[in-house]
Design a protein around this ligand. Structure first.
Ligand SMILES: [Zn+2]
Length: 60
């Protein structure tokens, strides 16, 4: 996992989380390490293009 990442994808539920506005009990914390992935470019548009759904509580 890259420390520079702005967004983190959870491959098990196809939801993308925004690390800058992440909530304390965000479900990404409970995701398995192998399910969490970063992407390039690090933009919400890219995640949506990859069929990920923004998690509204952290993607504002
Ligand atoms: Zn989240």
């Amino acid at each position: 996992m890259t420390t520079m990442a702005g967004y983190l994808e959870n491959k098990s539920d196809m939801i993308v989380h925004h690390l800058a506005t992440i909530i304390p009990n965000c479900e990404i914390y409970y995701a398995k390490k192998e399910d969490k992935t970063c992407f390039v470019p690090d933009m919400l548009e890219e995640a949506i293009k990859e069929k990920f759904t923004p998690y509204l509580q952290c993607c504002k």
